[in-house]
Design a protein around this ligand. Structure first.
Ligand code: SAM
Length: 450
């Protein structure tokens, strides 16, 4: 029986959020009788004080309760989705046992509290517990579907993409929604850990591929990544993003969608949700261990100047001030030689000047503006011009957590402060996209604060 259904006289009925007393609610929970309505009332009153229920009481009469908007978000909808699995997921024993060690993250940030308790990182722990992985997938579906509805209403950057990979895509809901909206995308690849995609439902147009994003990522025109980077350290983010760079075909782009902290530590629900999320990640996922790898300037040089801006933005988390940013990177011209961001968020524009590296060629890509904003002909998968060649598609680079990058430019990171912009066209596109993002963030705010 669904959470918002009840039996009355042996018949299943859907409740219309009519205020009910504790004993009426108890009858819904335990149709065959029993239970203690008084104890239930204690819980209902507390939840009312937290805004999950509204209390209705005529003078001296019985207390009755109806669901508020927050309460409704915990009730499964017609598709079987709700925020409830997310709440349950965050309160599993394995997580709760890490919280008493949260102070350890301050004393010794190199091992996250979860690892201190369980002896291994969260994702490898889930991998051995199918029920934890299952709850994680349901939790992600419940929160991602409403979020993606808002993203897809506002964000227009999938145009022209033929092959899209969702890195860390869980059960594939985000990809399903993107493909349902954008029929020109011929192929969706849901890429996640083998034990996660192994249990994912089959989705038309979507291939589930199991793997490790720290090794390699399937080739694509565009990579979508939501709520993935936020759970990794800066060093790990660099490895993931480098693998994205290797996987993207010429003209491809990375669409990263991540929660970012607000500058102001106010008491709003939104700020609290973000700050709590940050501590959750710190406790469960994100130790600050330094991986073996190339020194930062080497990697930055290898990645190119625009990637430096994103990495720098991540290193300076504070400068990002919106709840969810979509940061899009587009590779233009020749792969590896140069690439140019066209979609940086406004906050980054204001606070980080663009670093122009002399060695990086100015991209020759006259159609860049049109690439994003001009209406494109509806394309089909058979277009030779845009189809990915078999060679390209199969060119999955092998990449380990210790990449052997040799190039080193000692001044790679020092010019970040210099105030040079690289072309009016790019920046007019940037500001258009930034406006769209502001709108998107407002939508995300509405959906997150409901
Ligand atoms: C917070 S969830 C986000 C899920 C999904 N993107 C969404 O927004 O609904 C992070 C995802 O990253 C996946 N993941 C973790 N480590 C990974 C790895 N090394 N390679 C690929 N995916 C990984 C997890 O299994 C999980 O599905």
């Amino acid at each position: 029986m669904e959470d918002n259904e009840c039996r009355e006289g042996g018949k299943k009925v859907r409740l219309a959020n009519t205020p009910l007393s504790a004993s009426q609610i108890l009858t819904c929970i335990l149709p065959s009788g029993g239970g203690d309505a008084e104890n239930l009332q204690c819980i209902l009153r507390l939840l009312t004080s937290y805004g999950v229920f509204s209390e209705h009481r005529e003078f001296g009469g019985e207390r009755k309760y109806s669901l508020t908007e927050i309460g409704k978000s915990l009730v499964t909808d017609a598709e079987g989705l709700s925020y409830a699995p997310y709440v349950l997921q965050h309160h599993q024993d394995a997580f709760m046992s890490a919280w008493p060690l949260v102070h350890e993250a301050v004393l010794d940030p190199t091992i996250e509290p979860f690892v201190k308790v369980h002896g291994e990182p969260a994702y490898s722990y889930y991998g051995k517990m199918p029920e934890m992985n299952g709850l994680m997938r349901r939790a992600m579906s419940g929160v991602s579907v409403p979020f993606m509805t808002s993203v897809l209403d506002s964000y227009n950057g999938f145009k022209g993409v033929k092959r899209l990979v969702d890195v860390g895509g869980s059960a594939g809901d985000c990809l399903r929604m993107i493909l349902q909206k954008h029929h020109f995308i011929c192929e969706g690849i849901n890429f996640d850990l083998p034990e996660v995609v192994g249990e994912a439902p089959s989705i038309p147009g979507v291939t589930h591929i199991g793997g490790d994003m720290f090794n390699s990522i399937p080739a694509a025109n565009a990579i979508f990544m939501k709520w993935v980077l936020a759970t990794w350290t800066d060093d790990e983010c660099k490895l993931i993003m480098e693998n994205c760079y290797k996987a993207l075909l010429a003209g491809g782009k990375l669409i990263a969608c991540e929660p970012v902290l607000l500058d102001d530590s106010n008491e709003s629900q939104r700020t609290r949700a973000l700050l709590e999320g940050d501590i959750f990640v710190m406790t469960i996922y994100r130790a600050k261990a330094v991986l073996d790898g190339p020194p930062l300037p080497e990697l930055l040089h290898y990645l190119g100047r625009e990637m430096k801006i994103l990495i720098k933005a991540f290193l300076m988390r504070k400068i990002l001030t919106s709840i969810y940013e979509i940061i899009v990177f587009r590779w233009v011209g020749h792969r590896r030689k140069s690439f140019q961001s066209t979609d940086l968020v406004s906050d980054i524009q204001k606070q980080i000047s663009v670093f122009v590296e002399d060695e990086v060629e100015t991209p020759e890509f006259p159609d860049e503006v049109g690439f994003i904003f001009s209406p494109r002909k509806a394309s089909t998968c058979s277009s030779d011009e845009e189809a990915i060649s078999a060679n390209e598609a199969n060119a999955l680079p092998e990449f380990s957590r210790t990449p052997g990058i040799k190039t080193f430019h000692k001044d790679g990171f020092q010019d970040f402060g210099s105030a040079r912009l690289d072309g009016e066209n790019t920046w007019s596109v940037v500001s258009k996209e930034a406006k769209a993002l502001v709108h998107l963030n407002e939508n995300a705010l509405c959906s997150s604060s409901s």
